[in-house]
Ligand binder design. Structure first.
Ligand code: F0G
Length: 369
């Protein structure tokens, strides 16, 4: 095949792909605050799989069905891409040249990627020493200016709010309303696949933006008649970073789940409203429970998420006696396990057989033959 024929064919292929999934702004345009002149900055995020997890369900029994919304399969490996495609598109529409965020890692990766794609600069402020390696690598490689502060996420958020008020930079944390508008599409996708809302939605909670966004999504679809029920929203925080359960800010939050190491959630009031309106609950899970769920997901289901994401499954297992018989439960897996290889290796109970000679008999013996 000559080169021009090849180019023609591959562009046809591209058109075919684009028509099947054009990213979440194209797919859910009528539900989003965009118009025909909004420049859509997309990496074709969204359309992530809803996977059934029979091993998790087997811990519960009673006909309960458990599925995970694996949002770690977004372009930068977390649900943040859903919010960022819209926040960055709107910033570009407004003619902004730079964006800023505080982050435990995933927001910074997504902000960096989408800002670059939209031709904008990204500044990210992170808590020094508490961002997983993969996320840090992403922000750097996507070309963001990374500023690591000697403080935690809550302090970083205070600084970026002040900076956005004083300088020409747009804040893209979840207090930016476009972020939640984009993130609500995950609820649409769940209903589109199930044909209805689940009975329960289990979700990890840090800054409480995502739980707010999901509720917004389910509620809008309910009003449109796309589902005839609304889920009970079950939010889970890490025990060492559980302000919503303790009902007061935590000055020095600590957890292995660094993504949700947050002591004073920006969307606190909205999250309480979600809990009340949905008849849901907030509960905490210990680091040990999070890591147990993390290992079960990987070793029994073949699904590798990051520790913070496993808080949703850990929480489900913790409160499993409350689930009605035959209920359908969706647990949100917010980020990809590859983001945090250090935690993976440190907390894995599967040993490496090292220092082995390149000898057939020796290797076969280790294999148990
Ligand atoms: N799961 C992961 C993997 C996260 O990165 C976050 C938040 C959450 C859950 C909690 O979501 O804040 O909307 O309640 N990460 C933010 C960040 C704080 O900077 O990447 P939330």
């Amino acid at each position: 095949m000559n080169l021009s024929k090849f180019a023609e064919n591959s562009s046809k292929l591209q058109d075919k792909y684009s028509s099947s999934w054009g990213g979440l702004i194209e797919t859910y345009r009528p539900y989003l605050p965009v118009n025909n002149t909004t420049p859509v900055v997309t990496l074709l995020e969204g359309n992530t799989p809803l996977i059934s997890t029979p091993s998790i369900a087997s811990y519960i029994g009673r006909g309960v069905k458990v599925l995970v919304k694996y949002d770690g399969l977004n372009p930068t490996g977390s649900f943040k891409d859903r919010g960022m495609t819209l926040a960055i598109s709107k910033a570009k529409e407004a003619g902004e040249k730079a964006v800023i965020c505080a982050s435990t890692g995933n927001t910074s990766a997504a902000a960096a990627a989408y800002a670059t794609r939209g031709g904008m600069r990204a500044f990210v402020i992170i808590p020094d020493g508490y961002v997983a390696l993969g996320k840090l690598a992403q922000a750097l490689v996507y070309g963001a200016s990374v500023i690591a502060i000697k403080g935690n996420f809550d302090e970083a958020l205070t600084i970026v709010k002040d900076l956005a008020n004083s300088y020409p930079v747009t804040l893209v944390n979840s207090i930016n309303p476009y972020r939640l508008q984009g993130q609500k599409t995950a609820a649409f996708e769940i209903v589109d696949v199930l044909g209805n809302a689940p009975d329960w939605l289990c979700i990890p909670v840090g800054n409480a933006g995502n739980i707010t966004a999901y509720w917004m999504g389910f509620s809008e679809y309910y009003q449109e008649g796309k589902c005839d029920r609304l889920p009970k929203m079950m939010g889970f925080q890490a025990a060492g970073a559980a302000p919503l359960i303790k009902k007061q800010p935590i000055p020095n939050p600590e957890t292995v789940a660094t993504a949700i190491r947050i002591g004073n959630p920006a969307n606190w009031t909205k999250a309480l409203k979600v809990q009340q309106e949905s008849g849901g609950e907030f509960n905490s899970v210990t680091d040990e429970e999070i890591l147990e769920a993390y290992r079960i997901l990987a070793a029994k289901e073949g699904i590798f998420c990051e520790p913070a994401s496993a808080a949703s499954v850990a929480g489900l297992l913790k409160v499993k006696d409350q689930i009605p018989n035959n209920a359908t439960v969706v647990c949100v897996l917010t980020g990809n396990g590859l983001k945090d290889p250090d935690s993976a290796i440190k907390n894995c109970q599967n040993p490496i057989h090292s220092e082995v000679s390149p000898d057939l008999e020796e290797v076969a013996k280790i294999m148990g033959f």
